[in-house]
Design a protein around this ligand. Structure first.
Ligand code: SDX
Length: 386
């Protein structure tokens, strides 16, 4: 007999349109294409701030005073060094696992080195958040470094978060342009309200699991190509297109085959993603790049953007999102595709931790319902009678 529950309830597939909490951390204006961290637009933060100041803003709800910023930078810098066990795990997984799996594993492993892991006080969670934010960046840089055949580079605590990331990744100081790109990428990927990975973090933390467990859940969710994995997938698509002159045919055929074009569309933005605009400014600076690869990728990206907006922009609300232009710009900064999403994770640790601590202030276990349509009350049949 099929379950005959009460009248079928309204089901919100993918929780579309469902509000799960009140929050003062981030406003995503999907219609106008605006993004605000604690009331400040990402444009103003990219122009005036840096990632460490954005971390303080997200975690504490306001811009820091000079002494507070100095203290945040000091704690982040002093937390950068990785335990030997974490470095050897990264080495062990190199070439065997996708870098996002290595990030997920290494961040989870950090909990074994944190004496406060079980302390759920807000003060301890604030301290753990800074350690997670700092060390996840070191983990991602080390993954990229070891994948390129290098050895672990000890952090330079005199450098900023973004500068040290590139230093640990490449073993040398970044150029001014690389540093500008990295700082803005860390800022614009830091937070985005209740996206899938932040929601995953909150679901884990709503059981009162510790913040390392919650962030590990966020990393696992971010990996998917419908979410954070789209930046790497978009670059793979551009490499498949190969020559800018193939762009229109490739995209048209993909759409005709009902394929999703990675880096476009969004559950909330029905306008141009403001983060894509920030990244595109760097792309436009690279059109005459000396690198053949960057010139080719830039040509493809700009032609794909025009075609997708013509076909699906106004009519379907499908616009470029944060993941579309990231690939060519990261490549121009010498960053390998396999650590695009890991960088997203390193930056988003700030948003995950901020939402987790905010949610814990009025915690409630997440436990949604399913409308049961299966059989009920069946009689058990012995195996020789089936
Ligand atoms: C991120 O939520 C966040 O805030 C996430 C994020 C963050 O900072 O945390 O902003 C980061 O994840 C950005 C999104 C990265 N993902 C991609 O670029 C993957 C490609 N995009 C799509 O998969 C899609 O647009 C989603 C998943 C992003 C959003 O999809 P929805 O809201 O579930 O919408 P849908 O898949 O139901 O699409 C509605 C229609 C469908 O057509 P029909 O079946 O109705 O005919 O639009 C079409 C889709 O086929 N469509 C696309 C498309 N995105 C939607 N068609 C072609 N290419 C696309 N990219």
């Amino acid at each position: 007999m099929i379950g005959m529950a009460d009248a079928k309830p309204q089901i919100s597939s993918g929780l579309e349109g469902v509000y799960i909490a009140e929050s003062s951390i981030c406003r995503v204006d999907g219609q106008a294409g605006g993004l605000y961290y604690r009331g400040y637009s990402i444009d103003s933060l990219c122009k005036n701030s840096d990632y460490e100041e954005v971390v303080h803003l997200l975690l504490h709800g306001r811009l820091p005073k000079a002494q507070e910023l100095a203290e945040t930078k000091k704690v982040l810098a002093e937390s950068r060094n990785l335990p030997e066990g974490v470095v050897s795990t990264i080495k062990h997984m190199n070439g065997k696992a996708h870098p996002m799996d290595t990030v997920r594993t290494a961040v989870s492993m950090l909990s074994a080195y944190d004496p406060e892991v079980a302390d759920s006080s807000n003060e301890a969670n604030m301290r753990k958040s800074l350690r997670i934010i700092s060390r996840t960046a070191s983990i991602v840089a080390t993954i990229g470094r070891i994948a390129a055949g290098g050895e672990y580079v000890a952090p330079d605590n005199s450098m900023s978060h973004s500068e040290n990331f590139l230093y640990m990744l490449n073993g040398k100081k970044p150029t001014p342009q690389q540093l500008d790109i990295m700082r803005d990428m860390f800022i614009i990927h830091a937070e985005h309200s209740s996206n899938a990975s932040t929601f995953g973090t909150m679901v884990a933390g709503s059981t009162l699991a510790d913040i390392y467990s919650a962030v590990t859940a966020g990393i696992a969710v971010l990996k998917g190509p419908l979410h954070g994995g789209a930046d790497e997938a978009a670059l793979h698509m551009m490499n498949e297109i190969g020559d800018p002159d193939n762009t229109e045919v490739y995209i048209t055929e993909a759409l005709a085959g009902k394929k999703k074009i990675m880096g476009f569309g969004h559950r909330v933005y029905k306008a141009y993603d403001p983060r894509a605009k920030v990244i595109k400014t760097y792309l436009l600076q690279m059109q005459d790049s000396s690198s053949e690869e960057v010139k080719r990728l830039t040509g493809i990206a700009l032609r794909a953007e025009k075609l997708m907006i013509d076909k699906l922009g106004q009519s379907h609300g499908i616009w470029p999102n944060v993941d579309f232009f990231a690939g060519p710009v990261y490549r121009a900064a010498g960053i390998p595709a396999e650590i695009f999403t890991p960088i997203f994770a390193a930056s988003r640790t700030a948003g995950w931790c901020a939402h987790m601590m905010e949610y814990w202030e009025n915690n409630r276990l997440f436990r949604p319902l399913e409308y049961y349509t299966g059989a009920i009350d069946l009689q058990y049949v012995p195996i020789d009678k089936r």
